[in-house]
Design a protein around this ligand. Structure first.
Ligand SMILES: *[C@@H]1O[C@H](CO)[C@@H](O)[C@H](O)[C@H]1NC(C)=O
Ligand SMILES: *[C@@H]1O[C@H](CO)[C@@H](O)[C@H](O)[C@H]1NC(C)=O
Ligand SMILES: *[C@@H]1O[C@H](CO)[C@@H](O)[C@H](O)[C@H]1NC(C)=O
Ligand SMILES: *[C@@H]1O[C@H](CO)[C@@H](O)[C@H](O)[C@H]1NC(C)=O
Ligand SMILES: *[C@@H]1O[C@H](CO)[C@@H](O)[C@H](O)[C@H]1NC(C)=O
Ligand SMILES: *[C@@H]1O[C@H](CO)[C@@H](O)[C@H](O)[C@H]1NC(C)=O
Ligand SMILES: *[C@@H]1O[C@H](CO)[C@@H](O)[C@H](O)[C@H]1NC(C)=O
Ligand SMILES: *[C@@H]1O[C@H](CO)[C@@H](O)[C@H](O)[C@H]1NC(C)=O
Ligand SMILES: *[C@@H]1O[C@H](CO)[C@@H](O)[C@H](O)[C@H]1NC(C)=O
Ligand SMILES: *[C@@H]1O[C@H](CO)[C@@H](O)[C@H](O)[C@H]1NC(C)=O
Ligand SMILES: *[C@@H]1O[C@H](CO)[C@@H](O)[C@H](O)[C@H]1NC(C)=O
Length: 773
């Protein structure tokens, strides 16, 4: 099982490409991109043609050729966001297919991992009158359909009740697919669609679908239930998790409709199934797609089903919001980086679940815990797991602790390898009193539901504890659990685990796009599955607190649904522009937003994108940067993709015209990111063009305000733009001249500024990023 949560940074399975031995007879599932307009007229359906194509395969390779039962081999046929099919093939077959003129590409199937009482309030959704009025106008998104590609849903949960909801929008074409413990009658006016996609998984994972994995849209993991309720859960009174975070739990767009596409199973999510989920969701008529799935590193757009599926969705006007990944704070760790995706990083909210670790010398270290059992009242000896393990293992893996050395002590375990609740049990089973889980990657305070006394501390706290452990001859500690604290400062802060830019595929496209709450988020949970990383954990709960960019993505999906409800005619790029140009880069006290990567580190666009989402401002952005399908195609051409690669993404024949000479930095993105090559000192100037569209029904007069990145001069022409009416477009150019800087070979240096168009009531702000390589 793999959630895209922070306690489970499971190693992503990657397929052999070049370096490993290849057995040509081995079968595997493949996704085949077909130029479907080449279908010979003798075939009346695509299915017939694809079947016949497979039957006609004659391997050129010296292997005993087994005529395949070709009908059986086809897994899914894709018609909406992608043209082609998936099938089980030998590698030899796959190679042969690739040589056929009608085949644009044959890609091995990959496996991916799936990566709130307080968040609507934190985001200001409950408080602003103006916003309340606008949301009322869209009836809290009641005409908007949010699709989720995830691990399914627990449909009986009170967050998905349909009391007082209006009839399902007439345009909806989806269905409630029958399956295990999921009769057709399961759906209602809230959960309007549910489908599952398992054929690729069943072909690739030898044990197939286990009994308790429910061959239906039912969620056996919890992740899909949590994300769906975060985006669009109904209000549930008296929600809490073990008594923590109690209050009303409500999703961001409580009246939006939910349609679930279960593509993830215990061992992960197959690309062939994900693509089928995209295809169905877009055909069914979702408006927003929420995809909290892990990318497998930054693959090229033409080799990434998430990028391909999302392109097809975008063409149909569907905004796709995706998680940035939990691979921070490493730079270049951001995934889901196609420019037509809205890529969401994670931040903290002003709530913690405080637990103190008091050391024998009087030092009090603030940690975090959801432990709600018997309290500790005495000091106990404190020991580092690495010093209590015969194997020198410091992470409290099962069987690694030496009972003789742990008995009666509090044990400090490094936060890697296994989940924190399990570490606690390993300590308990070795006779220990409690566990301290020491974060190795930054200042995040992650709350976990320990079964025995336990808490997590930050990286800097770990250093303090180590100093104490290594200097005090008789180290001791105790723990105190202080429960839910709100109004914590500073907030928001970028989560250390949130994946970072730059986007190595396209330095000119800022990623992540923005950040949203993703740390210790309370949302719905199936009431009969484990609430922790320990499957045998007997505790059951209707709400659970978990963390990850998987949690931040559905916040943005919900906000996008609210915007779509108010502005039905906005394209995905317009919605994303509104979200980005109104995002804020300061905390709630007006100080620069910090980054949990370390103490006192200020966030920058590589960690927070354009900033933290601000739904109230996003609903009225003033101006937007729209992007058309042709603009994206120009971008792909300018990025040097071949026409075949472009066609794999766009499904249409593309002639990259040499005459047009567009530059990748001219994509009308709501952020500007340019690169200077220090080996070419004569090329330290670049000109960037942008076009804005007026989205308010009034004439207005905007003036630009620029803050230069250090070492750079930015000039904007013109400095003033006057818009006459709604829909009017105006362009400007930005000249960026950089000083020559000296950098170490192989390193890069980035500096940050911003550009803001202001008319007195709107600030349309874009980050400017300049990188020297
Ligand atoms: C192919 O599969 C179908 C459906 O499972 C089966 O009815 C048929 O007998 C198979 N054909 C061959 C040649 O194995
Ligand atoms: C919401 O809109 C309805 C009519 O569209 C109006 O009667 C009601 O007063 C509005 N409520 C709020 C809180 O604005
Ligand atoms: C919620 O909790 C309060 C206090 O614990 C109680 O008075 C109230 O009846 C509860 N409401 C519901 C709907 O359970
Ligand atoms: C701890 O959690 C359990 C299970 O939800 C709950 O019944 C109990 O009341 C909680 N205890 C405290 C002290 O909040
Ligand atoms: C581990 O044990 C060694 C030897 O007793 C000691 O010097 C060291 O300080 C201990 N380290 C920690 C982190 O407790
Ligand atoms: C959870 O509920 C489902 C459906 O009600 C049931 O089939 C399943 O056995 C339950 N699982 C557990 C672990 O209780
Ligand atoms: C971080 O900032 C705090 C408060 O401004 C200060 O007390 C502390 O020394 C700083 N720490 C570091 C490592 O700079
Ligand atoms: C925005 O772009 C879309 C194409 O993606 C286009 O259909 C739409 O008309 C544009 N809207 C405006 C206001 O320019
Ligand atoms: C920078 O320019 C030099 C000299 O033209 C070239 O060799 C090098 O590949 C360029 N570096 C990058 C990263 O483009
Ligand atoms: C726009 O505002 C500027 C000053 O803020 C003013 O000089 C200019 O005349 C205005 N233009 C129009 C068309 O209103
Ligand atoms: C725009 O920015 C200015 C500061 O430059 C600020 O005073 C003002 O409140 C902002 N307005 C909006 C609508 O965000």
């Amino acid at each position: 099982m793999g959630l895209f949560l922070v306690f489970n940074l499971a190693i992503l399975i990657s397929f052999c490409s070049v370096s490993c031995e290849i057995n040509v007879q081995e079968t595997q599932t493949f996704i085949i991109r077909v130029q479907h307009d080449l279908k010979p007229s003798q075939f009346s359906t695509l299915e017939e043609w694809y079947t016949s194509t497979l039957k006609s395969l004659q391997s050129k390779y010296p292997i005993p050729f087994q005529p395949a039962n070709s009908t059986d081999n086809i897994i899914h046929v894709y018609k909406t966001v992608f043209h082609g099919f998936s099938a089980t093939l030998t590698r030899a077959h796959a190679w042969e297919l690739e040589t056929r003129p009608e085949i644009l590409g044959v890609f091995p199937d990959n496996i991916r991992k799936i990566q709130t009482t307080r968040t609507p309030h934190f985001l200001g959704l409950d408080t602003s009158k103006a916003f309340y009025g606008l949301m009322n106008e869209s009836d809290y998104g009641s005409d908007v359909i949010i699709g989720l590609l995830d691990s399914g849903i627990w449909p009986e949960h009170p967050s998905f009740n349909d009391d007082d909801m209006d009839p399902i929008p007439a345009r909806w074409k989806g269905e409630c697919q029958e399956g295990k413990q999921f009769p057709k009658t399961t759906c209602n006016k809230k959960l309007i669609g549910a489908r599952y996609f398992s054929a690729g998984y069943e072909r690739s994972i030898s044990q197939g679908i286990k009994n308790d994995d429910f061959k239906s849209a039912r969620d056996p993991i919890g992740h899909g239930t949590h994300t769906a309720s975060t985006a669009a859960g109904r209000a549930v009174k008296n929600a809490s998790c073990l008594g923590f975070a109690s209050g009303q739990a409500k999703g961001i767009a409580p009246k939006a409709r939910i349609a679930v596409y279960k593509v993830c199973w215990f061992e992960g999510c197959l690309d062939s199934d994900i693509l089928a989920g995209f295809d169905s969701a877009v055909k069914d008529g979702v408006d927003i797609l929420s995809v909290s799935l892990g990318g497998i590193g930054p693959s090229p757009y033409w080799d990434d089903v998430l990028a391909i599926g999302a392109f097809g969705a975008m063409e149909r006007g569907v905004l796709v919001s995706a998680s940035a990944g939990n691979f921070g704070p490493e730079s270049e760790s951001v995934t889901n980086i196609a420019p037509w995706l809205t890529t969401v990083g994670a931040s903290t909210v002003d709530r913690t679940f405080a637990a103190d670790l008091s050391l024998g010398d009087g030092t009090v270290i603030i940690g975090s815990s959801l432990y709600n059992g018997t309290r500790l009242s005495n000091l106990y000896p404190l020991i580092y797991a690495g010093n209590a393990s015969s194997f020198g293992v410091s992470t409290c893996l099962p069987g690694s602790l030496d009972a003789g050395r742990v008995q009666g002590k509090i044990v400090v375990c490094d936060d890697e390898d296994n989940g924190p609740v399990e570490k606690g049990l390993v300590v308990r089973d070795a006779g220990g009193v409690g566990v301290v889980v020491a974060n190795g990657i930054g200042e995040d305070l992650l709350a976990y539901p320990y079964l025995n006394p336990g808490l997590a501390v930050t990286m800097s706290a770990r250093e303090k504890i180590f100093e104490y452990l290594t200097t005090d001859p008789n180290p001791q500690a105790t723990m105190a659990f202080r429960g839910t604290q709100i109004g914590v400062k500073p907030a928001p802060v970028v989560a250390a685990f949130s994946s970072r830019g730059p986007n190595i595929l396209s330095m000119n496209v800022l990623k992540p796009d923005l950040i949203a709450p993703g740390l210790n988020i309370l949302a719905a949970w199936p009431n009969n599955i484990s609430m922790s990383d320990v499957l045998e954990d007997p505790r059951r709960t209707e709400f659970n607190i978990i963390s990850g960019t998987s949690m931040s993505c559905p916040h943005v999906s919900g906000i996008a649904a609210l915007l779509k409800g108010v502005h039905r005619d906005w394209s995905p790029a317009m919605i994303k522009s509104a979200l980005m140009t109104t995002a804020y880069t300061h905390d709630h006290d007006g100080k620069p937003l910090l980054d949990n990567k370390d103490l006192n580190v200020t966030a920058n666009p590589w960690s927070m994108g354009a900033g933290h989402v601000d739904p109230m401002k996003a609903v009225d952005p003033g101006l937007v940067y729209n992007i058309t399908v042709d603009d994206y195609i120009d971008f792909l051409c300018a990025s040097g993709l071949t026409s075949k690669q472009i066609k794999t993404v766009t499904k249409r024949a593309v002639e990259c015209s040499k005459a047009k000479k567009s530059n990748p930095w001219d994509l009308n993105y709501p952020a500007i990111s340019v690169v200077f090559n220090t080996s070419k000192p004569s090329h330290l100037e670049v000109v960037v063009t942008r076009t804005m569209t007026n989205v308010i029904d009034a004439a207005c007069n905007y003036t630009v305000v620029v803050s230069n990145p250090k070492g750079v001069i930015v000039t904007v022409d013109p400095q003033q733009l006057v818009f006459g009416k709604i829909g009017e477009q105006k362009s400007y150019v930005v000249k960026i001249s950089a000083k020559s800087v000296v950098i170490q070979a192989g390193k890069m240096l980035s500096r940050f500024g911003q550009l803001s168009w202001k008319d007195g009531s709107h600030n349309v702000t874009s980050p400017i990023v300049v990188t020297w390589i």
